[in-house]
Design a protein around this ligand. Structure first.
Ligand code: G
Ligand code: G
Ligand code: MN
Ligand code: NA
Length: 253
């Protein structure tokens, strides 16, 4: 497989980058960010993680990608810290491969310590399907991380096949409402009802609720009316390299 060979090289040849998409609070401040992996092949262009992550999963490259991302994220957070830009949590996406054992979570925790970060500087995003299928040792380890102060978000919330019952068993701190519920909510009563329902449940359970994929002022107005805690989407910012994030953080009130 041609793409696979190129991906293996990409890890060694510095073609990967983490980009960051801000998450905005009700007061309009950047509170936190999601880290999103990007691949810029030497020949030019960009390959989307939607394309190369499935490939990496199939051919056993997720461990290397995960380790690379953990290092890149912690290194960047340490840089921001030396610049006095603290208090911004950055969340990393973990795939099913990363939760087949506790190894990647242990790696993350060690990297946080090694870079002298706090457990609050790095969060993780896990889809509900992956969370529900995790084995007992992994769940127990997530519990430990939760008690040590790490944010654990359920990604793409509402699109999985799981029941809501797991919300009371799992150590999660945040729900990320999938953008499919946000897109049509201004015009679609059903989407709006689902959106409102998710926010209600999330808040009643004491969870932080994040709306993803907010692109228009109508969508923003709606999620604000529903009292969503954080908004992430092209309306505010696309994902950007660290050097474009830094000035945004520096000029925040
Ligand atoms: O980043 P978008 O920008 O195109 O991301 C597409 C998909 O790739 C999303 O499902 C996103 O969660 C996933 N993704 C992006 N970055 C990472 C990463 O660092 N690790 C994993 N496992 N998935 C990622
Ligand atoms: O699966 P996950 O939620 O981690 O993926 C996040 C994906 O959503 C990334 O591909 C990111 O680039 C994308 N994204 C972020 N904000 C928006 C938005 O406002 N609109 C659309 N269409 N995609 C978005
Ligand atoms: Mn995500
Ligand atoms: Na998501």
């Amino acid at each position: 497989h041609e793409l696979l060979k190129r991906l293996e090289n990409a890890i060694d040849q510095d073609e990967l980058a983490l980009h960051f998409q801000p998450q905005i609070s009700r007061s309009g401040r950047i509170e936190s960010m999601e880290a999103l992996l990007r691949w810029f092949p030497a020949g030019g262009g960009m390959v989307s993680p939607a394309e190369f992550i499935p490939l990496a999963e199939r051919f056993g490259l997720m461990e290397r990608l995960g380790s690379w991302s953990i290092d890149a994220l912690c290194t960047q957070q340490a840089v921001w810290k030396t610049q006095g830009l603290t208090g911004y949590r950055v969340d990393l996406n973990l795939s099913g491969e990363h939760l087949r054992s506790t190894a990647m979570l242990e790696k993350l925790e060690k990297a946080i310590q090694r870079h002298q970060l706090s457990m609050r500087d790095v969060g993780i995003e896990i889809t509900e399907n992956v969370l529900v299928r995790a084995d007992e040792t992994v769940k127990a380890y997530l519990q430990t991380l939760y008690h040590r102060g790490m944010k654990i978000a359920i990604d793409d919330f509402g699109t999985g096949y799981s029941s809501l019952a797991y919300l009371k068993q799992f150590p999660v701190t945040s729900l990320k409402i999938d953008r499919t519920f946000v897109v049509d909510a201004p015009d679609n009563l059903q989407d709006r009802a689902i959106l409102a329902g998710i926010v209600f449940i999330g808040h009643r359970l004491g969870l932080e609720v994040i709306a993803e994929g907010v692109e228009t002022s109508e969508q923003l107005e709606l999620v604000n009316e529903l009292n969503v805690d954080l908004v992430q989407g092209f309306y505010y910012f696309r994902s950007m390299p660290a050097e474009r994030i830094t000035p945004l953080l520096e000029t925040q009130p």
